[in-house]
Write a protein that binds this ligand. Structure first.
Ligand code: AKG
Length: 271
């Protein structure tokens, strides 16, 4: 299987619409790949909080339209990173969500995923956006993917849920800051090793709202080996990988079968 990770910069000097067209051309250039992956919130930049409300769109808004046409013309599965989605919540109130779109080679929107772990603690995305509640997987012809976004990478229980649901390739769309780049690389490898799965983690380049992006998109195999890693600038990271290696690794080193579920609560001794 061949994947291309497009490590895009969201330069505020470039309009969102120009960036959509530029990214659509880059996607078209990936014809021949099986899967193309884009970063988190590449339209606005992951930290451009001021632009979230103005650039928010419906699921089938302008980003979907541009990406759908590009996926169809290139004939690729397109993990189109995330958009700022505007939608009604369960109470009928309008909310924003950090939502990933997955398009098939016909350009059809086959899966969405709303980021579950919002970043910012008591500011930024954590207050401006609603939280997703549904982990998501999708079956591609040669592998089942798990869909995740940026800060999710810090929460191993989500990746274990995806693995239990059949995911063999864990995809991460991110806008990860440079100052915590060491965590990014370490966590991508950890999620691959502990789940015996591929990790395809696509970061962003450039500077978003004064936050320097780490770039360093990375592809890790189920044994934890780094198959490819980008630098910090805009880059197309292309990689060939063998999806059958997941089953082989799980068979040859069956650690996942040794899980002890339903343990007693920890016994505690007070000092
Ligand atoms: O966890 C981190 O260090 C970065 C997370 C992040 O930037 C995000 O989710 O937008």
């Amino acid at each position: 299987m061949r994947a291309s990770l497009l490590q895009i910069a969201a330069d505020p000097q470039e309009s969102v619409n120009s960036r959509r067209q530029r990214v659509a051309s880059l996607v078209r250039e990936q014809a021949g790949a099986d899967l193309v992956v884009l970063p988190e919130l590449w339209t606005t930049g992951a930290f451009a909080y001021d632009a979230f409300a103005t650039e928010a769109e419906e699921l089938t808004g302008p980003t979907y339209e541009a990406m759908s046409a590009a996926a169809r013309e290139a004939g690729v599965w397109l993990y189109a990173g995330s958009i700022v989605e505007r939608a009604k919540d369960a109470t009928g109130e309008e909310r924003l969500y950090n939502t990933t779109l997955l398009l098939d080679p016909d350009g059809t929107l086959v899966r969405t995923y709303r980021k579950i772990h919002r970043f910012g603690f008591d500011k930024g995305e954590a207050v401006l956006m609603g939280a997703g509640t549904e982990p998501a997987t999708a079956e591609l012809p040669d592998t089942t993917i798990g869909l995740t976004t940026c800060y999710d990478l810090r929460f191993p229980e989500l990746y274990r849920r995806l693995t239990d649901a059949g995911a063999e390739t864990l995809v991460v769309a991110a806008g990860w800051p440079e100052r915590r780049r060491a965590h990014w690389t370490l966590l991508a490898q950890a999620r691959a090793v502990e789940n015996q799965a591929y990790v395809l983690a696509c970061g962003s380049a450039g500077i978003h709202a004064d936050i320097e992006q780490a770039g360093h998109s990375i592809v890790v195999d189920p044994w934890g080996e780094v198959l490819a890693e980008a630098g910090s600038g805009e880059e197309v990271l292309s990689v060939e990988f063998d999806p059958a290696k997941v089953a082989k690794t799980r068979e040859q080193f069956p650690a996942l079968k040794d899980r002890r579920l339903g343990l007693d609560a920890p016994s505690h001794v007070a000092s």
